[in-house]
Design a protein around this ligand. Structure first.
Ligand SMILES: *Cc1c(COP(=O)(O)O)cnc(C)c1O
Length: 398
């Protein structure tokens, strides 16, 4: 542990950072590609990528130069002015989402803010006050701000902060629950195509297609939270593109700017007409620094074929984990490079701690799930290294 004038860094953390964060085990200093180094010089293979954020890995030259070049021109101008990076990114998002000419983009600064905008979009679909209900799923995660928290389907996260914003109902992630809950008084249904924070849980077969059918029939918006599943991670630009549906809106954040904070709401078709001038905004939202970073990340994903890489490497990792034939592995979930490993025993925290000790970063979103979300640039050598460490850790525990 590094000694500093203020004591160990862990004591400094506890003494100065808000108690809402627990003290980390490791302090990181730098990174390169899929590797990071801590302050003691120990190297780690990063198979979490800041929770599906560092799409290009660490210190990628395309991101480094986009940030530094833009920082030397303009970092911020306010929404009284337009900038080229903001327009270029919005246009690119319309293209890669397939929203096309009828698409519109709102920029905020985080996933939660993208979902706040989606929440307001849902309220605007009220049909003169007749649509009062917003449906979300139990066990879902949509962020920590009050609106996003109201959408989040984990009672333990909401409870200390009651009362919640009104009008949200949480339903089970089943076809039956969806059919039962849907009606003409529903303004929107918000769904993660794969529930990342819940442990990378897939939706039931046919769920998204039925959700599209029912929301359309009843005039409700279908809003997909693609904050964790988007930006190439699951093997297509956005996960909904692997299904035969077009949503009314998606929210995007995490991987889009490779770690620079930004979030976006992208609307499709008539949902693009709901907001009027002055109804929503953010001081930092759409600033030239963050939008230039995001545009560079998306351009690099496209140039280097990283969406396909996510698919190929994801299959490789999945096959490697399955071939370990560990009695601890119950199932392998998710798509592309968003992978959940369901364990047969509640030892996920121990698995993740032993991996960290052995120089591999993964995480345990709950007692019995391991989440793997490496940078989209991950290659053969890294998959091999992951396989070696992870299988050793599983053997040590079974
Ligand atoms: C991370 C996440 C959020 C919240 O994003 P923040 O940037 O932390 O506010 C919302 N929805 C999903 C699905 C997420 O994974």
């Amino acid at each position: 542990m590094i000694q500093t004038p203020g004591g160990t860094w862990q004591r400094r953390f506890g003494d100065s950072l808000m108690g809402s964060l627990s003290t980390p085990k490791v302090m990181l200093e730098r990174g390169e590609g899929c590797q990071v180094w801590d302050v003691d010089g120990k190297r780690y293979l990063d198979f979490l990528a800041g929770i599906a954020v560092n799409a290009l890995g660490h210190a990628h030259p395309a991101l480094v130069s986009a940030i530094s070049e833009q920082a030397a021109k303009l970092v911020h101008v306010s929404n009284y002015f337009a900038t080229e990076p903001q327009l270029a990114l919005a246009e690119r998002l319309k293209r890669i989402t397939g929203a096309g000419d009828r698409g519109r983009v709102y920029f905020g600064n985080s996933g939660a803010e993208a979902n706040e905008a989606a929440f307001k979009l849902a309220r605007l679909n009220s049909d003169g006050g007749r649509r009062t209900r917003i449906l979300a799923l139990t066990n879902s995660f949509h962020g920590r701000t009050m609106g996003a928290l109201a959408l989040t389907g984990k009672a333990a996260l909401r409870e200390p902060f009651l009362p919640m914003v009104e009008g949200v109902e949480h339903i089970d992630s089943t076809i039956d629950a969806l059919e039962y809950a849907m009606g003409d008084d529903v303004a929107a249904l918000i769904v993660e195509p794969i529930k990342g924070e819940a442990g990378v849980l897939d939706l039931p077969h046919g769920y998204l297609e039925l959700a599209r059918e029912l929301t359309e029939e009843h005039g409700a918006l279908l809003i997909l939270d693609e904050i964790q599943t988007g930006v190439g991670r699951t093997g297509s630009w956005f996960t909904f593109q692997q299904f035969d549906i077009v949503p009314d809106a998606i929210t995007v954040a995490k991987g889009i700017a490779g770690g620079v904070p930004i979030g976006a709401l992208v609307t499709f078709g008539d949902a693009s007409d709901l907001f009027e001038a002055g109804q929503h905004g953010s001081t930092f939202g759409g600033n030239p620094l963050a939008t230039a970073a995001a545009d560079a990340v998306l351009a690099e994903i496209e140039r280097s074929g990283l969406v396909l890489n996510a698919l190929v490497r994801g299959d490789q990792i999945r096959a490697a984990v399955e071939s370990m034939e560990s009695p601890l592995v119950d199932e392998v979930r998710g798509r592309g490079l968003l992978i959940g490993i369901g364990l047969t025993q509640p030892v996920a925290a121990e698995v993740s701690a032993r991996c960290l000790e052995a120089g591999l970063i993964v995480n345990a979103p709950n007692d019995s799930s391991i989440r793997i979300a490496p940078p989209l640039v991950v290659g053969d050598a890294e998959v091999d290294e992951f396989t070696a460490i992870f299988s050793t850790v599983l053997k040590g525990l079974s």
